[in-house]
Design a binder for this molecule. Structure first.
Ligand code: SF4
Length: 470
């Protein structure tokens, strides 16, 4: 209906795993101890098998056909109730097979979180009884400041107060100029909005799967975001729609005339002004209404400014899947440097910065935006949500991984929808805690970042045993 207001909503539905993965925990039971307990409880509970066989786990681990003699480990949530009550005959341990999932960067803890989010669309509950570290390397070295003294919190996740997660993609001049008739006579904004600051990257070249392309396309359409897909696949599968961004290399130029639709954005995979000068112009001439996005590795400030000078307004800056540049700099610092370069040059508002690489958890999204991105482009979390096995070291687009053989676009799209809903809820939670009404205001808000190193230095410098620099 014209003028009707539609609140943005992602449809979630349970999407259980389609390949059995190792359970999170191993439940080891001493049969003699269990038998003794059962005998005692047979008397106590008047031989009610339902009660007797379900003890001592309320999650059903001991409720199989032969009870705890064959524990159903896949149901164990690791609450440790059983082993706390009966330490002499039950032990619960992390499953070493499960710990092999993922790779050295996308560790099994991240795999667990992404899998749960993709299965349910819910936010994993962590924190109660947490005995791990509260800091670390990379993203974990930065915390977000949610001080209520600065601003009141807002309630976004439960819907009583609307917090916008919409972002603008495109080119905006710093200011408008008008002729004597009041008509704009200079550059005008060329943007469109997405309801979430999360886009889907093109899969690694090692995974040339039509099912995967269809899955990404279907999910991107459902959550109203963008999927970068190789132009060849788009043509072969006859994919079309505003959610698809063809990824074009110079070798693909001949394919553009047979694209099945007119895209609103086209990504160019690697282009340098002066080296391959015709590519950018050729695409823009063929699709004058489309925004052009340059996909390029994070580069130096001078190179970035040179590209802006050459006309690029939308960047997709890439680090490898472990969040590192070729020189080994972490993606957080790379984003900050790119953002800072544009701010210093007074052109930050004219440019859209998208970034990918190493963003593998919900909390990395707001951190990347605080560092200076407008929106993130997701890569490996999408694959893990689809139960891909990363084979231990999955660093770049040529690395190999295995997707489930029975992957279907419907199941895969639902998993990605669930993941996006869960990550959006977590983003809303952070924005609400910071008192921000929209994610656009989070970009480059370094005042909201606290660094573990700085805080430790402030607290401990000068005290014997402090290992950092004073
Ligand atoms: S740890 Fe908790 S969930 Fe797992 S078997 Fe024991 S009681 Fe059940």
């Amino acid at each position: 209906m014209a003028g009707a207001y539609h609140r943005y909503h992602i449809e979630t539905r349970p999407a259980p795993d389609i390949v059995p993965w190792p359970s999170r925990f191993r439940v080891k039971v001493k049969r003699a101890g269990l038998a003794k307990l059962l005998l005692k409880e047979l008397v106590q509970y008047k031989a009610d098998p339902e009660v007797v066989l379900s003890r001592p786990c309320v999650y059903g681990v001991f409720s199989g056909p032969i009870g705890g003699f064959a524990p159903r480990e896949e149901l164990c949530v690791g609450c440790l109730r059983c082993t706390t009550q009966y330490p002499e005959w039950v032990r619960v341990e992390p499953n070493p097979e499960r710990q092999k999932l993922g790779d050295e960067y996308f560790t099994f803890e991240y795999v667990n979180a992404v899998t749960y989010e993709a299965q349910t669309g819910n936010v994993p509950v962590k924190g109660a009884g947490y005995r791990g570290r509260f800091g670390g390397q990379g993203w974990d070295g930065m915390w977000t400041d949610m001080s209520e003294i600065v601003r009141p919190t807002r309630d976004g996740i439960h819907g009583r107060e609307f917090i916008s997660t919409a972002v603008d993609i495109g080119a905006k001049p710093n200011f408008l100029t008008f002729d004597h008739n009041g008509q704009p006579n200079g550059d005008t904004p060329r943007t469109f909005s997405l309801p979430i600051p999360m886009l889907f990257d093109t899969p690694p070249t090692s995974l040339n799967s039509h099912t995967l392309y269809k899955t990404l396309s279907q999910a991107a359409e459902a959550v109203q975001t963008l999927a970068f897909l190789p132009v060849r696949a788009i043509i072969d599968l006859n994919l079309r729609g505003a959610h698809i961004v063809p990824l074009v290399r110079s070798a693909d130029l001949d394919l553009l005339p047979i694209l099945p639709f007119r895209p609103r954005m086209i990504a160019i995979d690697g282009w340098r002004p002066g080296v391959d000068s015709t590519l950018y112009d050729a695409i823009q001439t063929r699709f004058p209404d489309a925004l052009l996005c340059l996909r390029t590795p994070f580069c130096s400030g001078d190179d970035l400014l040179q590209l802006v000078e050459a006309g690029v307004r939308v960047f997709h800056l890439t680090a490898n899947y472990h969040g590192r540049s070729a020189e080994g700099t972490f993606v957080f610092d790379l984003i900050r440097a790119a953002h800072h370069t544009l701010v210093e040059a007074g052109i930050r508002e004219t440019v859209t910065l998208l970034g990918s690489g190493g963003i593998i958890a919900a909390e990395h999204v707001p951190k990347a935006i605080i560092a200076g991105l407008d929106a993130v482009v997701l890569d490996t979390p999408l694959l893990v949500a689809l139960q891909a096995r990363l084979n231990g070291r999955f660093t770049n687009r040529r690395s190999t991984c295995q997707l489930p053989k029975n992957l279907t676009p419907d199941w895969g799209a639902q998993r990605l929808q669930n993941l996006m809903d869960s990550w959006r809820d977590q983003l809303l939670e952070i924005l609400g805690a910071m008192g921000l009404r929209e994610v656009r205001r989070l970009r480059g808000e370094m005042g909201r970042a606290m660094f573990q190193k700085d805080l430790e230095r402030e607290a401990f410098a000068g005290i014997e045993g402090y290992g950092g620099k004073a």
